[in-house]
Design a protein around this ligand. Sequence first.
Ligand code: BF8
Ligand code: SF4
Length: 617
Amino acid sequence: MINDVRSKSIDLACQEMLRACEKAGLETAWDRLEKQQPQCGFGELGICCRNCNMGPCRIDPFGEGASAGVCGATADIIVARNLLRSIAAGAAAHSDHGRDVAHAFQLIVEGKAPSYGIKDQEKLDRLMKEYGVDSPALLAAAILNEFGKQDGPIQFTRRVPPQRLDLWKKLGIDPRGVDREIVECLHRTHMGVDNDYVNLILHGLRTSIADGWGGSMIATELQDVIFGTPKPLFSEANMGVLDPEKVNIIIHGHEPLLSEMIIAAALDPDMIDLARNEGAKGINLAGICCTANEALMRQGVPIAGNFLSQELIVATGAVEAMVVDVQCIMPALGTMAGCFHTKLISTSPKAKFPGATHMEFHEGTAGETAREIVRTAVKNFRNRDRSRVQIPDIKTRCMAGFSVEAIVSALGGSLNPLIDAIKSGSIRGIGAVVGCNNPKITHDFGHISMVRELIKNDVLVLTTGCNAQACAKAGLLQPEAAEKAGDGLKAVCQALGVPPVLHMGSCVDISRILVAAAALANALGVDISDLPAAGAAPEWMSEKAVSIGAYVVSSGVFTVLGTVPPVLGSKAVAELLTSGAKDVLGACFAVEPDPVKAAILMIEHIDSQRRKLGLGD
Ligand code: BF8
Ligand code: SF4
């Protein structure tokens, strides 16, 4: 029984709302997790298969019953196939997001999406040069062509250090278009196709690279072109950003194509007048999940919470509309919204939800739809039951906006000061801490314990996704958090006026971390796997995180997972991922549910890399 709210979340606002939900009999993800106990042991180990109708099959992990499915697939094959399918789904989610941005870019260039424009001409020029084209129209065509490329490489993979690229070529994992790789994942995992676990996993790595250095990177780069490359700015995080006197609109999901339009509509003086006529003092926007990160990084829109806060934010009774697009949106939101006046508004033809009002969003008519959505929210203010409003009075100042360009500019124009700080040991190394929440772990506890331990030991933390939001809420994204860092890191942060944890954006923006890692490795003349750097996803839950983990390790970064992936049913696959990969890729996974122990593993790895580079401890 998980009864104590403190065992559910370390976030005080969430604790307050969890108590409120309990009192009102409102069900949350934590309650549903409890009802799922005990969770299926076969599923946990990854040894069940229903890829064909001779099954479903499952392997007896104790070696007494079935050791193979009806077709003869062993635990090794079943685990590897399941892993490959997770990578395919995760890569598909990120890359379909990238495709939508590329498609919007093409419409903008053709003058068919009048609500959007080009905000970063310099980046656009750089991308045209990189692709060897001389017009935005040709760039749009070239980038859209990347997705389905049948042969030959995708352009951004050429950003990796030459050693890494040679290795990928040698292993046969220099990817083609992400669509092609994903289709091949599904083909290979169909009954009776690829039945060699090593061959399956190698293709998983290839697919994930097509995501990280392809679909995700395309999303980041083109979003910067359209909406501007982030620069450091200040905002606030946690449920206290909701305003009891204003119309509260929550933007939730992933694609800034929607959220940027909602932001513009909410600033429209006509809309603000309408809100005043309805008795509100104005319109207040806040975000959840990666939409929040996108809107924060470029516009300073405050964060209401991360993944596990979504239902609790509706339960404040102060949300007029929760506007969603795709990914990480719990289908339970409709039920929670139905207990209040909140309108759950779905916008993507790809993602409809029970209990939601669907207001479909298309690039060509984005501005009008956004205004219609904001108008719907404003009109809903009169339905708010003030006696049921409970907004936890908790929010924290945070600094965000650390694109690679912004970091280089903060350093005075090149990465050299960072390299010098790493060489001198002021900065011991770099930790990329990313990923989701998962109610199997006390909410935010994994993130915050790990990040605190890393900065205390002079490891500069780069963050994205729900980790970044946990850090924002915990005050780790303020320059003053340098006080919590070791002496070396503290001095560097204080000299630059930056926090010891740099918010680099949404989950597709892990591509920014890849670009930074490649630039550092290139500057040092080494491979990414030689850098004093490590990655972690302490509370991961999504298939996107599986793809991310695979491309980060494929790129040469040792990565620690906090929740156990469903691979332990195959000793061979588990060993390949946690040790064998090191010989092949120069990096591997570790699994460590204790976040402080996980941080220590990262620090030990960083120290061993420092020794190999002759940098000393
Ligand atoms: O893409 S970290 S819970 S919000 S999957 Fe989702 Fe995980 Fe949060 Fe963004 Ni990323
Ligand atoms: Fe069973 Fe093989 Fe069919 Fe999977 S593919 S369900 S293991 S028979």
